[in-house]
Write a protein that binds this ligand. Sequence first.
Ligand SMILES: [Fe+2]
Length: 403
Amino acid sequence: MTPHLPVSSHPAHHLLDALPPSPHHRRLRRRRRFCPPRPRASSSPSSLRCRAAAAAAPQPAAAAARTRVFVVSDLHTDYPENMEWVRRLAVRAGPPGAGEGFDALVVAGDVAETRDNFARTMEALRARFDAVFYVPGNHDLWLRREGGRYVDSMEKLTALLDACSELGVDTGPRTIGDLGIIPLFSWYHKSFDKEKDVNSVRVPSLEMACKDFHACQWPLDLGSDDEALALYFDKLNDKNNDAIEEVKKKSKQILTFSHFVPRQELCPEKRMLYYPNLPKVIGSDYLERRLRAIHDNAKDGAACHVFGHTHFCWDSVVDGIRYVQAPLAYPRERKRRINGGQGWLPFCVYRDGFNPEIYPAIWSDYYNKNRREPENTQLAPWVAKYFSKYYGPPVFAKQTESG
Ligand SMILES: [Fe+2]
């Protein structure tokens, strides 16, 4: 998710952050339990792969071969530091699938704002992993730096999926070892937010806070209705129904992934957020219904969903499904040690079975220990302080005196 207001000078660049650094955060940073792929000797960069090569994507050579799946979201490689992070990942030594094991990477959206940076990033990742999976995020569909190259964001979506096909990046379901990996298209809708609004402060409008409303362009029949876009993107998954059933039959465990958030419990409560209306632009009920149908009847510990967008690290189990967010996020967020997890990314969620250890994630750690209180709209102290500093006194002073 973007800080959707001018960044450098406007205080609202903190809109989507939530907590100040604390000793607890520093302890979590030190808990680096999982390592990215071991550095190897550099080899020649991968070249663009033809569509036929993408169709004949490599598989783990033998059932006994070690299969690892790493996850990451929100690469935002328009930032040079983030592109450099991608380039520092170890390049694989030989052709895909020829190594001692099989390493796949799941990229849960928001790779880059321009198609060119997107292709550069995906090509670099293909040189580093035996398989790369991807679903589009909102930033990927922005048009403001494309110089009129696309009529609308749908045309750009097609261009990105074509680029994936050429580069051998998977955008459909596939089984890797015993694991079925299923990308799910999605978009957010306001009615996803079911919790009580914070009314004690004047919150900037969605149109002001969320750049998508200006940086994306949609066909007229999709742009005006709150749920039309969410439904449109959800329906894109229908074409994969048969392939999903095939993957489910062949797999012992299933990993679904999306860019957007499937459940409101996977985002901090409004009173904790610098932008309390954030839940109106992050998630989709259609997505939750779809992934739950896929994971229906899964055995304990065999269902995982990876998402992105909010830049809050997350790892928790809700109703039998493990939900993980592992965002690279913005360089400034990593500097503040709040949301991103540079030191332990990409996160190894699977090594011949889902990794039983929980990812060190500040907010899901908090909610694993504390009950959610959506009825409580009293601002957290740091949010009350922020609003008081940048937006003047609260509308109802008594409600925000403590938090
Ligand atoms: Fe996003």
